[in-house]
Design a binder for this molecule. Structure first.
Ligand code: COA
Length: 175
């Protein structure tokens, strides 16, 4: 396994412009199109970290805060928050910009999980993540809970094995 890598090393920023073919009847960017751009940016970030081909294993917590208008410029920023054994979690943030009015607005966020594959198409062990900033450390810590939740929901982990989730709920009960 290679050395620890920082989230900054995997950071991927993609810029697109909303064209008529990308929009719905309200002239807003279609949800499917934005999910596609998010998948590409986060796959590049995960592939950069893993130094391997990656496949999307799951998509979680996608929230659409604001519609993105025809003609606006969209920036998709993706970073790896944490690597597990062969899988990696990425966080994606989407913002948009209206060029004539110079206004910027937040659009949506999500977590995508990828699995790195070796040349035989088998899951491959990836390097650990070393968070640097306070925000990176927060995302790193939360990644274990999110992993447990997605694996429990996917039927790949027994609830009794989800220790981080259990301690989260135990702490909430004390409040
Ligand atoms: C993702 C995939 C490679 C996992 O293969 P598998 O045979 O189940 O492999 P394993 O059981 O060894 O699991 C490998 C990793 O995937 C993770 N994983 C599997 N299913 C997952 C899910 N639904 N959500 C999150 N992680 C998942 C496991 O937790 C494990 O991670 P870890 O090594 O960090 O603990 C396989 O299910 C697959 O190829 N899926 C289709 C991917 C695809 O076509 N994506 C769309 C196009 S890119």
């Amino acid at each position: 396994m290679s050395r620890h890598k920082t989230p900054k090393e995997s950071e991927t920023i993609m810029t697109e412009i909303v064209l008529p073919n990308d929009t719905n009847a309200l002239h807003n960017l279609r949800g499917g199109k934005i999910l596609h751009w998010m998948d590409i940016a986060s796959a590049i970030a995960a592939g950069r970290h893993a130094e391997a081909v990656v496949v999307t294993a799951s998509v979680d917590s996608v929230s659409f805060e604001n519609p993105i208008k025809l003609g606006d410029v969209v920036t998709i920023k993706a970073t790896v928050t944490r690597a597990f054994r062969t899988s990696l979690e990425t966080y994606i943030e989407v913002t948009a910009e209206n060029l004539p009015s110079k206004t910027h607005y937040k659009c949506n966020t999500a977590y995508y999980t990828f699995v790195a594959l070796d040349s035989n198409g088998k899951p491959k062990v990836v390097a650990p993540v070393e968070p640097e900033t306070a925000e990176e450390q927060e995302k790193f810590a939360g990644a274990m809970r999110r992993r447990e939740l997605r694996l429990v929901l996917a039927g790949r982990m027994k609830p009794a094995e989800a220790k981080e989730l259990q301690s989260l709920f135990a702490n909430l009960e004390k409040l």
